[in-house]
Design a protein. Structure first.
Length: 126
């Protein structure tokens, strides 16, 4: 059995700390094909989401995925963020929180792993 990542636990801890202190928790996300967010709000491949209790509904912060619904310019969107896509969580009011090292996001389980490049034999011609 592989060891569980600390990332989802740390995200939940900072979220709770923000809420307990009446701060607004912001989630910084590296957007990729597995991330479901309104693309119109993505800048340079990233989006920052307000995940405070007043900003989102049905927040589920699991070990693999963070999901909820939120409004963007009055339109309701379902958000789906793989935990490994989270690059930070912090309080809007003072900037305190955590920044995570970028991780390569794994392909979906049904995708076969990429094949290693084939090496050709080197022939020395004199």
């Amino acid at each position: 059995m592989s060891e569980l990542s600390t990332r989802p636990y740390l995200i939940r801890a900072i979220y709770e700390w923000c809420v307990d202190n009446t701060y607004t928790p912001y989630l910084a996300v590296q957007v990729n094909a597995a991330t479901e967010v309104p693309r119109a709000y993505v800048k340079e491949g990233q989006i920052v989401l307000n995940i405070g209790p007043g900003a989102v509904r049905d927040l589920d912060m699991g070990n693999d995925v963070i999901s909820c619904t939120s409004r963007f310019n009055g339109v309701v969107h379902h958000l789906y963020v793989p935990v490994e896509a989270v690059i930070g969580i912090y309080a809007r009011e003072n900037g305190q929180g955590l920044v995570f090292q970028a991780e390569e996001i794994a392909p979906p389980p049904e995708s076969p792993p990429p094949e290693a490049p084939k090496r050709s034999k080197l022939t020395i011609v004199k």
